[in-house]
Design a protein around this ligand. Structure first.
Ligand code: PEP
Length: 251
């Protein structure tokens, strides 16, 4: 049985006051949610996130990490630092990192390995652009992104510690959401690729959907058999909406 995970990627948003209010509202509502919850604040808000969530069940993580454990890398934060701080998860390979900051599959793989090394659970984001989808390249792109991880020395077993988020780039921040059947098809395909290496790992792997996931429509997507939760961007900044999305996983 895969426990659903609803993760909120807050991106570069918030202030001390708004983050505190959001965290308080989430803490209050979390008790009625059966899915696992996690939030990904900007680094400067991690300290207050830990403080406000310490006694509850909501996990927190970093939106990014450096591949190196320490050293002269001004402005970077390592996997070891995040782990030491109490993070459970870290986002790896988000499409905004890939497109705006030029992260290649190799770079993403190095970050993924760093997360494993430190004992974090990487949430590996994969997804195709609209152009790639229209050119019929969706599966080629996704397979290449996944292979960058599967061909590492850590291999398929590393996915026991990881989560995958399928985030069609054309749906991120655009208000366009993939149809439940379309997303299900992709999720099942990703699981089948992992199963080529290890059936058990594939069966236990959580594959989240991300891309304009909102209160409306979440229930249908999250009811799909291979969709094991969501990575929520914009809607995660509203506690009520984020909790409503999570509540749609309650059976
Ligand atoms: C994201 O950035 O991970 C995301 C899914 O964003 P949004 O929900 O705003 O499309």
């Amino acid at each position: 049985m895969r426990k659903p995970l609803i993760a909120g990627n807050w991106k570069m948003n918030g202030s001390c006051a708004s983050v505190d209010a959001l965290l308080r509202a989430l803490s209050k509502g979390a008790a009625s949610v059966t899915a696992e919850l996690a939030v990904f604040p900007a680094f400067v808000f991690l300290e207050r996130t830990r403080r406000l969530l310490a006694s509850g069940t909501i996990a927190w993580g970093g939106q990014n990490l450096a591949p190196e454990p320490s050293g002269a890398f001004t402005g970077e934060v390592s996997a070891e630092m995040l782990r030491d701080f109490g993070c459970r998860y870290v986002l790896v390979g988000h499409s905004e990192r890939r497109t705006l900051f030029g992260e290649t599959n190799e770079w993403v793989a190095a970050k993924y390995q760093a997360a494993l090394r430190a004992g974090l659970s990487p949430i590996l984001c994969v997804g195709e652009t609209l152009q790639e989808r229209e050119q019929g390249l969706t599966y080629d792109v996704l397979r290449t992104q996944l292979n960058a991880i599967l061909t590492l020395p850590t291999g398929v077993k590393s996915l026991e510690q990881a989560v995958i988020a399928y985030e069609p780039v054309w749906a991120i921040g655009t208000g366009l959401t993939a149809q439940p059947e379309t997303a299900q098809e992709v999720h099942a395909k990703i699981r089948s690729w992992v199963a080529e290496y290890d059936i058990k790992v594939a069966e236990n792997l959580r594959i989240l959907y991300g891309g304009s996931l909102k209160r409306d429509g979440a229930a249908l997507l999250l009811a799909m058999p291979d969709i094991d939760g969501g990575l929520v961007g914009g809607a995660s900044l509203n506690a009520e909406e984020f909790l409503d999305i999570a509540l749609s996983c309650n059976k």
